[in-house]
Design a protein around this ligand. Structure first.
Ligand code: FAD
Length: 318
């Protein structure tokens, strides 16, 4: 069996990045899954990683991994790889993980495959090109093989297991303590996270002006447990922050219901939401490409439909 490692990010409170749990679920299908988690919160995070299938978790709560960007973590991961020789090391497409993966690739001389959407076997990973229209299987090379996955590539499922936690103690040379993390900012959110919400209401340029996003907030509040997102067009226009952006250069969502409001359905947007179970689109142009994907299409002016929809949801919810 291949030894498959997952590099997991954690918060200082020990909350594991959900994408690491998704990848771990896949890792245990391919081989013997183990995880590495570095930085404050790691020991607590190890418990969760065990529940999702890591038989062994290499963990260190050392603050050096939280205080300094990437270099200490790369050094420690490299030492662990030399000692334990995993066949694969899998990463989520998160900022720190990408940074560590790139540096590790340079140190090991292993090829790093990024933007993967599936792992077929220990030697092959899959990615999507041309805005998701074509799937390509890529033969992985090097030892270990390094792969970065898009979020939501797999569904996280607990295995019911528990991990042996091995404490990592690697000396970090001073010359690797260069880029210091000076501040940690937690974005205030009132509803569920966009990538976790069961209902996503997403707005595009068809909303005409930034103030009309308020209608999406009202609809989300009326439905409950819903989050609001948007297209790159409205992010670029400064209507909503980048954290709202869904698509190729934003985040990937897979909610039960996705409402696309005033969105044309460009391939770069679709690649980030086509995994939704049901897609509802409102667009005044009946030829809009989004209708080819939608389970329910409403042709009309979103600014007229939204207030009625909000009232209807409120009435039905009593
Ligand atoms: C490299 C690259 C990466 C990209 N990454 C992303 C990405 O991650 N995410 C992303 O979203 N885009 C991305 N894009 C941009 C993408 O190509 C599209 O330009 C963008 O998705 C369009 O956004 P939109 O649907 O809001 O705007 P438009 O394409 O302008 O569509 C607006 C729609 O609103 C409809 N409309 C107008 N008025 C109304 C009304 N009153 N009521 C109802 N409907 C109305 C129109 O009929 C139209 O269909 C990327 C592009 C490139 C080149």
């Amino acid at each position: 069996m291949a030894k498959v490692w997952v590099f997991a990010e954690t918060t200082p409170e020990g909350e594991v990045d959900p994408a690491a749990l998704e990848i771990l679920t896949k890792a245990r299908e391919i081989g013997d899954a183990e995880a590495v988690v570095l930085g404050p919160g790691a020991t607590k995070a190890a418990e969760k990683l065990g529940e999702f299938g890591a038989a062994t978790v290499y963990a260190s709560d050392d603050e050096v991994y939280g205080d300094y960007v990437a270099q200490p973590a790369t050094h420690a991961l490299h030492s662990l790889i030399e000692e334990h020789s995993p066949d694969l090391v899998l990463f989520a497409m998160a900022y720190d993980s990408r940074d560590v993966a790139g540096r590790l690739s340079a140190k090991l001389g292993s090829t790093l495959m990024s933007n993967a959407t599936d792992l077929i076997d220990e030697n092959t990973a899959r990615t999507a090109v041309f805005g998701g229209a074509t799937l390509v299987d890529v033969k992985l090379e090097g030892s270990p093989k390094l792969v970065i996955f898009r979020p939501k590539s797999f569904e996280a499922a607990p295995s019911g297991g528990s991990a042996d936690v091995v404490e990592v103690s690697v000396d970090i040379p001073d010359d690797l303590k260069k880029a210091k993390r000076v501040e940690r900012h937690i974005e205030e959110a009132t509803g569920p996270r966009l990538d976790q919400a069961p209902v996503v209401i997403s707005g595009g340029r068809g909303l005409q002006e930034p103030g009309n996003f308020e209608l999406l907030d009202q609809l989300a509040a009326a439905i409950g447990n819903a989050a609001v997102g948007g297209t790159r067009a409205v992010v670029d226009a400064g209507w909503v922050p980048y954290s709202y952006q869904i698509g190729q250069t934003g985040i990937t969502v897979k909610p039960s219901v996705y409402l696309a409001i005033g969105i044309s359905g460009a391939t770069q947007h679709i690649v980030g939401m086509k995994g939704a179970k049901k897609i509802i689109a409102i667009n005044k142009d009946e030829e809009a490409p989004i209708f080819q994907l939608a389970d329910l299409g409403i042709v009309g002016d979103a600014l007229k439909i939204l207030p009625q929809l909000i009232e209807e949801v409120k009435t039905r919810k009593g």
